[in-house]
Design a protein around this ligand. Structure first.
Ligand SMILES: C[S@@+](CC[C@H](N)C(=O)[O-])C[C@H]1O[C@@H](n2cnc3c(N)ncnc32)[C@H](O)[C@@H]1O
Length: 491
């Protein structure tokens, strides 16, 4: 018989005089989280001593391998007049020497798994728990306890007589419909990865990839650039980077320039009636069309660049998507009355952010215009798109402000709001989309030191409404996307 691979090192469980414990680690080995000492005392008073110390007995001394903070708090509690027994249980662990004991101090301080917010929410609900300090369980200072309590209340706050709604905001809406959407979360990134696996090839042409690389919008390309610099021991050229990426079949899409498919999915599912027709006057890559096709929304995208439209069409045909199409041309002209389809249910787009990225040399391309001219055409396109939208419907533009040559913001977000107002729509929701930090971490030092420009890591998702807001409830039924997802089995 072969030896077991894992042997027990536990010698015994026995009460010890805990006040005589000695420590291997220095005092500053761990520091309290904010208010951690007080919270641990509260926890000890409420839950009592429920976990033995772990000790290594050596030369007549009990060295504490795990339990130092409880030791500190028990001491402070007993000094403040609370009665704490002299003898408390300890698990005796077998250690060869001091070095091995020290290693075990690290072992007991390590964490290999963490509770997820959803996991915690479900667990607390299942057992109807009233745990005082959720933050301590999550073990991250930035865990937002107030937001968590909100989730908890929202999902259990069923009034008598009200029908039972799904158990969590996530089940109902995929992500909680708050004014901040954080694309940095693991669940967001995982969902994005699944969508991308479906096969987006938004930036198919070399020209596009290059454009994105040079405009510094892709975080992926910067990571690659750093790697190549190390490899070549010199600064790689953009051509070398792009060739390398292509040869290796790498997707350099993580930057701001590929439209986020998860944001797209949420926008359609939240603000477009099921199966409603979508109009996109600045289509760019294929993402918004492909997501529409997969989820069953007819989609019409317009873009000035023929090669982009062709690449998008090719992609839709690979995925056998019907009712999804792109049209080549200047939206300011295409959207005049001869445009084939009328009566759209949702206007959705991500316009050029003024001159941030140059898409082509075409003088009709908004990104080639000075800001005054840009505004004039931009306002006109928005007006024409809104005219194609049915009454009592939403529109949504994803935008981000851009600095002019002097470093001042154009105020592009406010101008977008004004353009929709002029076109007869009112601002209904503003959502801040938090982007992953990516290459900004590299760029921010220079821009902040060189001119106190903070790193912009968000975009604005502006949602407008046309018509009578009282009709929203009629046209947009309660959402239960968890269920829908099972039937669609999309991702
Ligand atoms: C922000 S980009 C979209 C690119 C982004 N990667 C995406 O997929 O969302 C805006 C698009 O507007 C297009 N565009 C610029 N001026 C236009 C115009 N006058 N009419 C139609 N499309 C235009 C550009 O070619 C570009 O593809």
């Amino acid at each position: 018989m072969s030896q077991p691979v894992i042997n027990s090192r536990i010698i015994k469980l026995e009460p010890i005089n805990w006040k005589e414990l000695q420590f291997i680690q220095q005092e500053d080995f761990k520091e309290w989280l904010p208010n951690g000492d007080k919270k641990l005392i509260e926890s000890l008073l409420k839950y009592q001593f429920a976990d033995p110390f772990k000790v290594w007995h050596h030369n007549g001394i009990n060295y504490c391998l795990d339990g130092r903070h409880r030791f500190l708090d028990l001491k402070s509690v007993s000094e403040n007049g609370h009665e704490v027994p002299d003898m408390l249980p300890a698990t005796f662990i077998d250690c060869k020497d001091m070095k091995e004991a020290a290693e075990l101090v690290l072992v007991y301080s390590s964490a290999y798994a963490k509770i997820t917010q959803q996991g915690l929410l479900d667990f607390v609900k299942n057992f109807d728990l009233d745990f005082p300090d959720m933050q301590a369980i999550m073990n991250i200072p930035e865990f937002d306890d107030i937001a968590f309590q909100g989730l908890l209340n929202e999902s259990s706050g069923i009034e008598p007589g009200e029908k039972i709604i799904p158990s969590s905001l996530k089940d109902s809406f995929i992500f909680p419909p708050f004014s901040i959407l954080d694309t940095r979360s693991g669940t967001w990134q995982e969902r994005k990865r699944k969508w991308i696996e479906l096969g987006f090839n938004s930036q198919e042409t070399r020209e596009d990839v290059e454009l994105i690389a040079k405009s510094g919008q892709s975080s992926g390309i910067y990571e690659l650039k750093n790697k190549m610099r190390d490899m070549l021991q010199r600064e790689p050229t953009w051509d070398e980077i792009i060739d390398y990426a292509k040869k290796k079949g790498m997707h350099i899409y993580e930057g701001a320039s590929i439209f986020d498919p998860v944001l797209c999915e949420l926008s359609y599912r939240w603000f477009c009636p099921l199966g409603g027709k979508i109009l996109d006057p600045f289509a760019g890559g294929s993402v918004r069309g492909i997501v529409a096709g997969v989820l069953g929304y007819p989609y019409a995208g317009i873009d000035l660049r023929k090669e982009q439209v062709e690449a998008n069409r090719k992609q839709a045909s690979i995925l056998s998507l019907e009712n999804v199409d792109w049209f080549t041309g200047d939206s300011n002209e295409v959207l005049n009355s001869e445009f084939p389809t009328d009566g759209f249910d949702f206007v959705y787009s991500c316009p050029p952010y003024a001159d941030l990225e140059k898409y082509s040399d075409d003088p009709k391309d908004l990104s080639n215009m000075d800001y005054d001219q840009f505004k004039e055409v931009y306002f006109s396109i928005i007006k024409k798109a809104v005219a194609k939208l049915k009454e009592d419907r939403f529109a949504c533009f994803v935008v981000g402000d851009v600095r002019d040559k002097n470093g001042f913001y154009y105020n592009f977000v406010s101008d977008t709001i004004q353009a929709f107002k002029d076109a007869g729509m009112e601002l209904y929701n503003e959502i801040i989309l938090v982007n992953v930090v990516g290459s900004l971490a590299i760029r921010v030092r220079r821009q902040f030191n060189g001119g106190r420009k903070v790193g912009k890591m968000h975009q604005n998702v502006l949602v407008f409404y046309k018509g009578d807001p009282k009709k929203i409830k009629e046209n947009y039924p309660e959402l239960n996307l968890g269920e829908l997802e099972e039937t669609l089995e999309v991702i």
